[in-house]
Design a protein around this ligand. Structure first.
Ligand code: SAM
Length: 289
């Protein structure tokens, strides 16, 4: 069995031919299986099968340094689910999910559309591999309700100009902007705070920002550089931020209860675990008033 056949990409390869238009009837974009890839490492933490040996080796290295990373990934995903479910129940119909990741259990459109069948989701990611998976996923989505677009968070003006995003913004209805576990891939040089401000400024009143972000606030100082160092050999680098730095992303917005907390502590739906307050993902939802 080849490396390719051992992964979920074999499935995707098949789907690709079904979903793609004329341009896309070709093998998936260069998967670069030999280079660890953050989205595939995240997929591995979540127990998915869309990853290669290089991704698994790098992910295991990170887990060797900090076993809580797997718990953090699962907790982050669960936060996304609870936030989306809550917002859909509050009447939000438009979701713009930037830094989508490889589809996994509980994707935004599945959760939102369980609550309200008219929910519309635009997924954006800069990674062609994620795009391949996302398009395959759309096989099961209601036509017109969900789209997957390649876009880079570092160019927010281009994102705001996309027809799929414009459609959500021009509806005049509140929009949920999801920046879940993506901003730690944006370093200071790329002005992450300016990016978030540009996007939030374009949202109608009543819109929500759903944001989570990796932190080393609970990592012993001796280990702090070791996790991000593994990502230095990957296709994207990590910039972890403190709680205070993450809080700045919400400037000018009204944080909903319980504020900015570790992912498992954001409106938990299961009994507390001893590690909850140490999970290295700050999470919050805020409203633009
Ligand atoms: C850790 S995954 C998070 C997936 C999902 N949001 C979640 O929380 O379950 C991060 C995703 O962000 C994407 N990403 C990283 N940098 C990006 C950028 N500059 N623009 C758009 N997406 C980016 C990666 O490709 C990856 O799919």
């Amino acid at each position: 069995m080849t490396e390719f056949q051992e992964t979920g990409f074999q499935e995707i390869g098949r789907e690709w031919l079904v979903v793609g238009d004329e341009d896309e009837v070709r093998p998936p974009a260069d998967l670069r299986p030999e280079v660890p890839h953050p989205a595939r490492m995240y997929d591995y933490y979540l127990g998915g099968k869309d990853n290669f040996p290089a991704d698994r080796a790098a992910a295991e290295k990170v887990l060797g340094i900090s076993p809580l990373v797997r718990i953090s990934a699962v907790a982050n995903r669960a936060f996304l689910g609870r936030a989306v479910r809550g917002l859909a129940a509050d009447g939000i119909r438009h979701f713009v999910d930037i830094g989508t990741g490889i589809p996994s259990a509980g994707n935004t459109h599945e959760i939102a559309q369980q609550v309200r069948s008219d929910a519309r989701v635009v997924y954006l990611d800069n990674d062609p591999i994620v795009l391949v998976h996302g398009r395959a996923l759309l096989g099961g989505a209601t036509p017109g309700s969900t789209s997957v677009v390649q876009a880079d968070l570092r160019d927010p003006e281009a994102i705001l100009a996309l027809p799929e995003v414009r459609q959500a913004l021009d509806s005049g209805e509140p929009v949920a902007l999801l920046l879940v576990a993506v901003l730690h891939f944006i370093d200071e040089q790329d002005d992450p705070y300016g990016i978030v401000r540009t996007l939030v400024d374009a949202l109608p009143t009543g819109s929500r920002l759903v944001l989570s972000h990796g932190t080393l606030d609970f990592t012993p100082a001796a280990d702090a550089g070791r996790g991000p160092a593994v990502y230095r050999n990957a296709t994207a680098q990590l910039t972890m931020r403190t709680r205070e730095q993450v809080l700045r992303f919400f400037d000018g917005l009204h944080l909903a209860d319980p504020g900015l907390v570790t992912a498992p502590l954001w409106r938990p739906d299961q009994p507390a675990q001893p590690t909850d307050a140490q999970v290295g993902i700050w999470s919050g939802v805020a409203e633009k008033r």
